[in-house]
Design a protein around this ligand. Structure first.
Ligand SMILES: [Ca+2]
Ligand SMILES: [Ca+2]
Length: 90
């Protein structure tokens, strides 16, 4: 059962990643929030890290960098927002 859940999570991550990339160009703006890998720019790599964290896979994410909408959790929605180069300011 855990293998099926893991496969479903991975498939979800892949589908969300493909959908987000197909949705439009990324915004390469330096910002510590959403910069999961800390290289100073927001890129596909950051989105992948957030989606990995959302799927409970090993990731470079911490809550400060990867909780794009600041709701206290790292979810697929955060990954989509990072891939789209968006974040919510509070
Ligand atoms: Ca980055
Ligand atoms: Ca969040």
């Amino acid at each position: 059962m855990d293998e099926i859940r893991g496969a479903v999570r991975f498939a979800t991550v892949v589908l969300v990643l493909l959908a987000a990339v197909a949705a439009g160009p990324l915004v390469g703006v330096a910002h510590s929030r959403c910069d999961a890998n800390g290289d100073g720019v927001i890129s596909v790599s950051d989105g992948v890290q957030v989606l990995r964290a959302a799927a409970q896979l090993p990731s470079l994410c911490n809550l400060d960098a990867c909780d794009a909408n600041r709701d206290g959790a790292i979810t697929v929605g955060d990954g989509v927002n990072v891939l789209r180069g968006r974040r919510r300011s509070r």
